[in-house]
Design a protein around this ligand. Structure first.
Ligand code: SF4
Length: 262
């Protein structure tokens, strides 16, 4: 078996958002109940095993919002650093986030982002539904969403990179116009990369019911080819990547699987 990337679910399943299409929900019952609790030996052995199979990219995700479990993230990054010092080095380490705590809690940002950078974190994968904060708040199901520009600045101020993840689907980004204006704004905000894919369901299949119209999707595809600013993952690439076991994820119930949609 070959493996190019490993995803870890870390932290308690708490979230500060209420998205309608939450892929983390089904994993919450098996997530730790408190920040600071991780299955240390299982995570350690999985990191080693996947490294031996060729994995060099590592992502940290959660059944909720990872920044609400900063102790668990710190313990995990310390373990990753320790293993790197002993020959199991991952070249890329990134953390998924909805950005809410980064934008709202400057004390958290000052305490953890520089410490995580020292431990090897290189980028934050920020899920963005709209560059309009009111629209973003609506889709995240929160009263207010902080300034996206400020979030990007805060992450950059500690030499961490920002990749924006845009999810296409009904109730998220539905049209070519929404997609283009969000990408244009993100480029102005100096994000380091933009990736996009269609909404996926809890079985890691494309969410047919909530997918955008073919016309809008084709327009997005044509524009992406011309601009080259965005990596757009289409269904074929998703299934190929996972079926070839290139990306494995360690779920909170202890299963290591090539299925994941976040
Ligand atoms: S931010 Fe992520 S974990 Fe939180 S509700 Fe939305 S999809 Fe679920």
């Amino acid at each position: 078996m070959t493996c190019s990337g490993l995803g870890l679910f870390i932290g308690a399943g708490k979230c500060n958002a209420n998205c309608k299409h939450c892929a983390g929900l089904i994993h919450r019952s098996s997530s730790p109940k408190k920040d600071g609790i991780i299955d240390y030996d299982l995570i350690k052995n999985t990191i080693i095993k996947c490294h031996q199979q060729g994995a060099r990219s590592l992502s940290i995700s959660c059944s909720g919002e990872p920044t609400l479990s900063p102790i668990s993230i710190s313990i995990t990054l310390e373990l990753i650093k320790n293993l790197a010092d002993n020959g199991y080095k991952y070249d890329k380490i990134h953390l998924y986030s909805n950005g809410i705590r980064i934008g709202n809690d400057i004390e958290f940002v000052k305490e953890y982002l520089p410490a995580w950078k020292i431990l090897g974190l290189d980028s934050i994968y920020l899920t963005v539904h709209s560059s309009n904060e009111k629209e973003n708040a609506k889709i995240y199901g929160v009263k207010e969403y902080p300034s996206l520009l400020e979030i990007v600045k805060r992450i950059h101020s500690f030499n961490l990179k920002v990749r924006a993840n845009l999810v296409l689907g009904i109730g998220v980004i539905e049209t070519f116009e929404q997609f283009k204006s969000t990408v244009d704004d993100l480029i102005r905000y100096n994000v380091d990369g933009i990736s996009s894919w269609q909404l996926r369901d809890v079985n890691d299949e494309m969410d047919i019911i909530n997918s955008i119209s073919k016309k809008e999707f084709d327009e997005i595809c044509d524009w992406v080819v011309q601009t080259r600013n965005v990596t757009l993952y289409q269904e074929k690439e998703h299934s190929e990547m996972y079926s070839k076991n290139q990306k494995l994820t360690l779920f909170p119930d202890g299963k290591l699987s090539n299925k994941w949609c976040k």
